[in-house]
Structure formats: C-alpha cells, structure tokens
Design a protein around this ligand. Structure first.
Ligand SMILES: Cc1ncc(COP(=O)(O)O)c(C=O)c1O
Length: 411
C-alpha cells in the first residue's frame, strides 16, 4: 500500500548525528560524535535508591499524574532556578519529556507554516529538525564568539518579522561558545522592542570549567526577569546532562498563558511525562548532593576538554583553529578552508574515529570546513588515540582526489 504521508511528515528530516552514531556502534571506533555524557559518571547508587524510595512511598508513582508534572519536583526545580537568578514558582513551569519535548511543544503552539524564526549559525541540529517539521522559515543571525551581532539581529528582526528567536547562549551545542553579558542584554532589549519571544535553551549552563565567582554572565531569563516591562524569554532546562539523559525529564518556564496552552498541547501529545521518573528525581534532589555531583562532572569534563584541546594544539594542522569552551560538552574545530569535513568523515571512520561534520548545524550557508567534537563521552585514556586517528585520516584524505576538489563554503 502506498502510504499518503502528511505534508508535515514529509518535512521530517533525520538527524545526521544519530545516523553517524548508528554507523559507529559496536565497532572499534572512538566516537567524538554523539552528545553523550560520560556514563561512568552517572550517580548509579543514588538513582537506584531514589527509585526504591519513590516506589516504597505508595502506589501513586505508578498512577497517571498531572500534565504539568509532579508538584514537589516542580517546586524543587523552581527553588534551584530562583537560586540561579531566575525567580519562578512551580506554576510558571511544566515538566516535559526532556527539553527536546519543550522545544517541540513550544513550536507546535507558536508556529504556522511559513512563520519566520531566527537562529544562531551554527545551532542545535534537533532544533532545526523541529523547526523544519513545523515548516518554519528559518533565518540565521550572524554571530561571533560573543553572541549574536546586534546590528544584524536588528536587521533580521525588522525584515523577517520573526515569531520566535531560538538560542543556546551558554556553552552552545555545537560551537561551545558563550555569549557575553552585553550581547545578552542587547538581545533581550531588541527582542522586547520588536515583540519577539526568545526560547533560551540551556542544557549545559551548569557544567562550568571556571570556579571563580561571577565568571559567567547571567542567563537571558535572569536578565529578562530583572528588567522592567513584559517578559520575553521562555526558558528550557533538563536533567539530561547533570544527572542522566535516560530520565527524560526537562522543564519549560514562561508566562502563565503560554504554560496553559503548552499544557493543552502536552495533554494531546502524551498526557504527562513519566510519573515514576519525576518521583525518583524528586527523591534524588532530597537525598543526594546534586550540586556536589555537578562540580564533580564539571571537573572531569574540564580535564577531558583540556586533554582534547592539548592533543589538537600539539598536531599543529595548518589553517586549523578552535577556542577552548568554558563549559558544556563540545569543542568546535575549524579546519583549513579547503577541507570538507563531511568528505573527511568516511576516512576518519575507516581509521576508527568519528565526529560530526559542522555543515549539518547550519540552516543556510554552511561552513563545510568545521566539525563538532564531543569530549565528555570518550574515556581520557582514548583521547590521544582519537586525535592520532584523526591525524591519519587528514593525511590520507589530503592525498586523495576528493581533497583537491574546491569546496563551496556557502550554498
Ligand atoms: C541544545 C540542546 N537542547 C536540547 C537538547 C535535548 O536534551 P534532552 O531532551 O535530553 O533534555 C539537547 C541534547 O543534546 C541539546 O544539546
């Protein structure tokens, strides 16, 4: 039978990262491709205890729950966020199946086909997938390592009349970049002026490599709430990177009328996210020192990032440059202009290392000589071998016919 898919389904792209992960699974390939936390750092015993406690309490962990999510957990998240400068209460929030669902639900309630959305370049691949599935008209705002360029942002706000701006301003996936305070303030101010909602996606913000007080700028949500006037920032966060992604628990906060409509959309999507996972997380927050755990994984990820960056620097590949991220899980590598990272990938996989070619993170004008490297999942003892294999791949690719073909950076 020929299946007559909807127009929306025909616009569903597949994730290049997930395709690469499939190729690398079960083989002797060191993957710097996936955005995976180091599983040896999962707080296994604390999570086991938390599930036991959740099940021991009564039967309600296995019953249907509220669409908005388990109230005590929402209160605990609200208290943590308030401590981070985002003053919210449980009623400003809905719990979601990871922040990925928050992204999807927000787009579902905001976007009609053809509506304009502004994003960074490069940006989170699965956000591009979601926006594409709702047939948004995606436009990029030029950025440098300090964030979106205010002049270009204003031009895009004026010309494209977007409904939404999507950004990962802290330890960006994929670029690792962190916006400066000034750019954050300018972005919030401009979006307010043009009446455009910002979705701030912040899964990595707590994984910090600098211990100094005041080392990092406040979130857009904190800036937004500290100012005068109507709030324009909707904020999503997740336990995926600070506890474990398998718990599939994230949250979105925003004005009450927006949360109400998201709640209706979530009812239609899945009634509510897993009750037992939410109860277990609530127990975990009660009985486990999450802040200490975050400090521990941050220290370990910092040292893995330093290992990777040291190995890359020591190779001295011509025309290659990168900035060390100040937190998060990714390092963005720019290769010499003539190298096409997507064409390099099969050579790398043959040598036993994988990465994500940077081009997949652009909705337009891809920079093909870039790649995203994850440093959190590969054990430290394999980092040097990974970069050695990348070096071999670059050498073999460099001698191939493919390498001599000119590449168009933008199309
Ligand atoms: C920028 C960004 N947003 C959202 C997500 C989704 O995370 P989750 O659904 O596991 O909370 C990810 C995951 O890698 C991400 O990198």
């Amino acid at each position: 039978m020929k299946i007559n898919f909807s127009t929306a389904a025909q616009h569903l792209g597949s994730s290049a990262v997930r395709e690469i992960l499939k190729v690398t699974q079960g083989k002797n390939i060191i993957s710097l491709a996936g955005g995976l936390p180091g599983e040896e750092l999962f707080p296994m015993q604390a999570v086991r205890d938390a599930y036991n406690k959740a099940l021991a309490a009564d039967t309600s962990a296995l019953q249907y729950g509220l669409t908005e999510g388990y109230l005590p957990l929402r209160e605990q998240i609200a208290a943590r966020l308030t401590g981070q400068g985002i003053a919210v209460s449980a009623s400003d929030m809905i719990l979601t199946t990871g922040s990925q669902q928050a992204l999807d639900l927000l787009c579902k309630i905001m976007l009609d086909p053809g509506d304009s959305v502004l994003v960074e370049a490069p940006t989170y691949l699965a956000a591009l997938q979601v926006l594409g599935s709702y047939r948004a008209d995606i436009h990029t705002v030029k950025s440098d390592e300090h964030g979106m360029l205010p002049d270009h942002l204003e031009e895009q706000l004026r010309i494209q009349r977007p409904k939404l701006l999507y950004a990962v301003p802290t330890f960006n996936n994929p670029s690792g970049a962190t916006w400066s305070r000034e750019r954050r303030e300018q972005t919030v101010e401009l979006c307010r002026r043009y009446n455009v909602l910002i979705l701030e996606d912040n899964p990595y913000g707590e994984i910090t490599f600098d211990d100094a007080q005041g080392a990092y700028p406040p979130t857009l949500a904190a800036i937004d709430r500290s100012g005068e006037g109507e709030s324009c920032v909707v904020y999503t966060g997740t336990f995926s990177k600070i506890v474990a992604p398998g718990l599939r628990t994230g949250w979105i906060i925003g004005p009450p009328e927006l949360i109400q409509v998201i709640t209706k959309a979530k009812q239609a999507a899945d009634l509510h996210s897993s009750a037992i996972d939410q109860r277990a997380l609530s127990e975990l927050l009660h009985n486990f020192d999450l802040e200490e755990h975050i400090r521990l994984i941050s220290r370990e990820y910092h040292s893995r990032m330093k290992l990777l960056s040291g190995e890359l620097a020591s190779r001295g590949w011509e025309g290659t440059h990168f900035l060390e991220p100040r937190g998060g899980m990714f390092l963005w590598l720019t290769l010499a202009e003539h190298i096409n990272a997507a064409k390099l990938l099969p050579y790398a996989v043959r040598q036993g290392v994988a990465f994500v070619p940077g081009e997949v993170f652009y909705s337009e004008q891809p920079h093909r000589n870039t790649m995203r490297l994850n440093f959190t999942h590969t054990p430290p003892e394999l980092m040097q071998i990974a970069v050695q294999r990348l070096d071999e791949a670059l050498n073999i690719y460099g001698q191939s016919a493919e390498a001599s073909q000119p590449i168009a950076q933008a199309d």
